[in-house]
Design a protein around this ligand. Structure first.
Ligand code: NAD
Ligand code: DAO
Ligand code: ZN
Ligand code: ZN
Length: 369
């Protein structure tokens, strides 16, 4: 079938709106009509050419929501008409990783997904007879896409696509980092570096679990009012702190953070996030994705004296199990998504969404098909 897609033809160039061809679902696969997709920092990172694993030409997008319109042979867990959220971290429930409660990184389709291909080693997308690659197993910058059955979460049908698409990455990553990865306890003091589309979700996750101090750190003062609305109790702009930001945060928390979260992707702030943690028990979670080849460092004594350094992908969530629950949290009013979606646009204006992100003017732009 012909589908409309924003194609990343090469690194560093705007997306190109094209008609591309999409083959139907093969065994174990489903065809989805994408109804809405968020534009995430990670799409921009790959498009920029800084992502060492970025492949072109490809159809980017990994934060979508839509409806199943066809299923391939053997598909059992979803059927035509089901509402779903695509998962860049699948959940096969059978592999060594899925069977280990310590991780959410299902490896069932890892190798082919990393090459921009479906599990049989081919692409369903093509343009002018040549293959176009999938992206993060999702490719939601097309109005139809094909995914493996294990990479879709079935969700309730009364949830609005233009809001719950954000649960496909940003919301789950931020809230999940608090709830699943760090397991922040009520009364904890939390520091969040970076108050963008991820950090604001960490803030609302911290409020949800009953954190005490929720300190936001950002260079952009314009982020303060929204962060306060989401639960931030204190704001720190490193440019306005007269000295060492780490010492300032340790003093503010009277000894250090119980938990810190790095939501920027900067190796310097990753170090600050670790070192502002409380001696003996403080845990720092890296969420931000740093540029190719960059390395983190600290004095090992920071770890010897009881601080913990960890990371998280997709908020530690097991997509098919956890994503429907997060949709329920949104529908029950436990989490706020609406105020984070600052811009919406049709597919042919998608490059404007990338511009808004680069200019720091948006939290989330959503393409509505
Ligand atoms: P964003 O651009 O919306 O937000 C980043 C914020 O950091 C901005 O508010 C900016 O003003 C602030 N900032 C930048 N430099 C700073 C500094 N030196 N000190 C303090 N504040 C600073 O980005 P986002 O969409 O929230 O994404 C954040 C990171 O999370 C990115 O690296 C993204 O790739 C990554 N990410 C990771 C996962 C995962 O599963 N681990 C999932 C999604 C996104
Ligand atoms: O299993 O080896 C693996 C890879 C899992 C990919 C997780 C990616 C999460 C971080 C990238 C940002 C996502 C938007
Ligand atoms: Zn994302
Ligand atoms: Zn698995």
């Amino acid at each position: 079938m012909d589908v409309r897609a924003a194609v990343a033809l090469e690194a560093g160039k705007p997306l190109s709106i094209e008609t591309v061809q999409l083959e139907g679902p093969k065994a174990g696969e489903v065809l989805i009509e994408v109804k809405a997709t968020g534009i995430c920092h990670t799409d921009a990172f790959t498009l920029s050419g800084d992502d060492p694993e970025g492949l072109f030409p490809a159809i980017l997008g990994h934060e979508g929501a839509g409806v199943v319109v066809d299923v391939g042979p053997g598909v059992k867990s979803v059927r035509k008409g089901d509402h779903v959220i695509p998962l860049y971290t699948p959940e096969c429930r059978e592999c060594e990783y899925c069977l280990n409660p310590k991780t959410n990184l299902c490896q069932a389709i890892r190798t082919t997904q990393g090459k921009g291909l479906m599990p049989d080693g081919t692409s369903r997308f093509s343009m002018n007879g040549k293959p176009v690659l999938h992206y993060m197993g999702c490719s939601t910058f097309a109005n139809f896409t094909v995914l493996p059955e294990i990479a879709v979460a079935k969700v309730r049908e009364d949830a609005p696509f233009d809001k719950i698409c954000y649960i496909g990455c940003g919301v789950t990553t931020g809230v999940g980092a608090v709830v699943n990865t760090a397991k922040v306890e009520p009364g904890s003091n939390v520091v969040v570096f970076g108050l963008g589309g991820i950090g604001l979700n960490v803030i609302q996750g911290a409020r949800l679990v009953g954190a005490n101090m929720i300190i936001g750190v950002d260079l952009n003062n314009a982020r303060k009012p929204l962060a306060e609305k989401f639960g931030m109790t204190h704001f720190v702009n490193p440019k306005e702190v007269g000295g060492d930001i780490v010492a300032h945060l340790v003093e503010l928390t009277k000894g250090g953070a119980d938990y810190s979260f790095e939501c920027i992707g900067n190796v310097k702030t990753m170090r600050q996030a670790l070192e502002c943690c409380h001696k003996g028990w403080g845990t720092s979670i890296i969420i931000g994705v740093a540029g190719a080849g960059q390395e983190i460092s600290t004095r090992p004594f920071q770890l010897v004296t009881g601080r913990n350094w960890r990371g998280t992908a997709f908020g530690g969530a097991r997509g098919r199990t956890d994503v429907p629950k997060i949709v329920d949290w949104y529908m029950d009013g436990k989490i706020n998504i609406d105020d984070l979606i600052t811009h919406t646009m049709p597919l042919d204006k998608i490059n404007e969404g990338f511009d808004l992100m680069h200019e720091g003017k948006s939290i989330r732009s959503v393409v509505i098909y």
